[in-house]
Write a protein that binds this ligand. Structure first.
Ligand code: SF4
Ligand code: SF4
Length: 176
């Protein structure tokens, strides 16, 4: 009998994933992949990686579908990643991992079977604790006001630019 979890692990690492976790998700199992990224990473490319893994899962006899990194269809890959133990969601709203801090991009898929998961086993480490650095650094006040539209509007107003203030100040960021 196929060990589907091993199949997924092998496929994920062949697709270059840096971190991998499994979480219960509405009677199915979510597979979350995290890729180290210090800059932009093509989200469509991440979906294609997830689709290749999903194809392998289907060939093993299971149903599998991609949870899009571009548009998760209402499913938050960050929440699933946190549930799968890959990190914690900081005040910035970003997933903070132990190895790469906030420098990760996520991809994922869900399969129609329940696999053993080890939820919440990741590097939560007390989360942000008293840190307020990103709250203070955000030029749009989006974190303080918990208003994602402020971030969106600010970034759109930058044109070609990219705001990384909340990543740059995070003490968990990868020191390069
Ligand atoms: S990307 Fe910039 S504007 Fe958006 S939350 Fe982070 S610091 Fe604020
Ligand atoms: S900068 Fe501080 S408050 Fe913001 S996510 Fe990082 S640890 Fe948390």
């Amino acid at each position: 009998m196929v060990d589907i979890k091993e199949t997924i692990k092998k496929a994920a690492y062949e697709e270059g994933a840096d971190l991998l976790g499994f979480a219960d998700h509405e009677g199915k199992t979510a597979v979350v992949l995290a890729y180290y990224s210090a800059g932009d990473l093509d989200l469509g490319g991440l979906d294609r990686k997830a689709e290749r893994i999903a194809s392998r899962v289907r060939r093993a006899g299971f149903k599998a579908e991609v949870i899009s990194a571009c548009d998760g269809g209402g499913v938050s890959l960050r929440r699933l990643a946190e549930k799968a133990g890959l990190g914690f969601i900081g005040k910035s709203g970003l997933l903070i991992t132990e190895r790469f801090g906030p420098h990760v991009r996520l991809a994922g898929l869900q399969i129609n079977t329940e696999l053993p998961v080890q939820e919440g086993a990741g590097p939560a480490k007390g989360g942000c604790n008293g840190c307020m650095l990103c709250v203070k650094a955000c030029p749009a006040g989006a974190i303080e006001r918990r208003d994602a539209s402020r971030c969106r509007d600010f970034v759109e107003g930058m044109g070609e630019g990219r705001c990384t203030a909340c990543i740059d100040v995070c003490p968990f960021k990868v020191k390069g």
